[in-house]
Design a protein around this ligand. Structure first.
Ligand code: FDA
Length: 301
């Protein structure tokens, strides 16, 4: 088992997930999670906004199998939307359908999402549906399509490791899309496995959506991709209001500030809450060097 597979397996371990919720932000998670409650999260966002960086807020949690838990998550996201509206911070919402009941019942999940999207629409706040693993991909697109019949403040994510990503990006080009490499472990029947193949597809998808799509969030920490896209954007005169760069909270902070300083639209993905464990383990799987963050955190105490 590779180190990557090891951390992905840990991220999916229900027992460890449940226990982690009881113990605040541990194991270095505090450096990549912006607090456990709305007040702490808004404080972090104000700080990022002061550098000209906008934010997308993720109320941590996923793979919920209990209706009461999904309803509590919905209420928490509604409270986040109210807090964004009241404080006037520059931020929108990212959410995971599996936190809102996708694994329990499609219609139940739809109703939860509808409430969230409606409130956000009333305040002119954008809502992004994060994409999870392959089994949840098509139902998430279905939810997006159903809700977009009445609301245009929603968009989603295209994961470049999937073979079907090219078809999806063509189909959903009139949506605001975040394009990523893909974070979950997927079988070779549905997804590219090598870094070379994924990177090649990633660049192709970004270029396609920048030229043909509504709005592109270039979500990566990969400086090679970022440098390539900067050149592509300049060569094709892509207007600023058509794209932004995105990175995760706590990663490559200097580069985040630098891109904002250079005048690019920049958005930081800000996770917060008790349910930090799965998110944190996936970050370790992507880049075992992230363990450095853990070590620093432990010794700085
Ligand atoms: P990758 O991990 O391929 O790294 C490439 C190179 O960049 C590394 O070799 C290294 O040189 C450099 N690098 C990367 N990270 C670094 C760091 N921290 N410090 C220094 N150098 C570094 N996934 C998903 O499946 N669904 C989703 O909804 C989302 N949403 C999402 C939002 C945002 C804002 C981001 C940034 C990412 C996601 N992802 C995601 C995760 C995404 O799919 C992917 O797993 C990670 O971004 C890791 O891939 P990268 O493109 O960042 O670089």
């Amino acid at each position: 088992m590779s180190l990557k597979d090891f951390f992905i397996a840990l991220s999916e371990n229900q027992f460890l997930n449940n226990n982690a919720k009881k113990y605040g932000l541990k194991m270095g998670a505090a450096s990549v999670v912006a607090g456990t409650n709305i007040n702490e999260m808004i404080k972090s966002i104000k700080e990022l906004n002061s550098h000209g960086i906008s934010c997308t807020i993720d109320n941590l949690g996923e793979f919920v199998h209990d209706k009461a838990e999904a309803t509590a998550a919905k209420n928490q996201i509604l409270a986040v939307i109210e807090a964004v509206h009241e404080t006037g911070v520059d931020a929108h919402i990212s959410l995971k359908p599996s936190q809102l009941g996708l694994d329990i019942d499609y219609d139940f999940c739809y109703e939860n999402l509808k409430e969230i999207v409606e409130l956000a629409d009333r305040y002119d706040i954008f809502v992004n549906f994060d994409m999870e693993n392959y089994a949840r991909l098509q139902p998430s697109f279905d939810l997006l399509e159903e809700l977009s019949r009445e609301h245009d403040n929603i968009g989603t994510v295209i994961q470049a490791y999937f073979f079907r990503a090219k078809e999806d990006i063509e189909k959903y080009k009139n949506y605001r899309l975040r394009i990523v490499k893909g974070a979950y472990k997927e079988p070779s029947e549905v997804a590219y496995q090598t870094k070379e193949e994924i990177d090649r597809n990633y660049i192709e998808l970004l270029e396609y959506h920048l030229l043909n799509g509504k709005f592109t969030s270039i979500a990566t920490h990969d400086h090679n991709v970022i440098n390539h896209m900067k050149q592509f954007i300049a060569a094709h005169n892509i207007p600023k209001e058509k794209y932004e760069f995105q990175m995760l909270y706590g990663f490559r902070r200097d580069m985040q500030l630098e891109l904002a300083k250079e005048g690019y639209n920049f958005c930081t993905y800000v996770p917060f809450g008790q349910d930090w464990y799965g998110y944190f383990m996936r970050r370790l799987a992507e880049r075992p060097q992230n363990l450095e963050l853990v070590v620093k955190q432990v010794f700085n105490k």
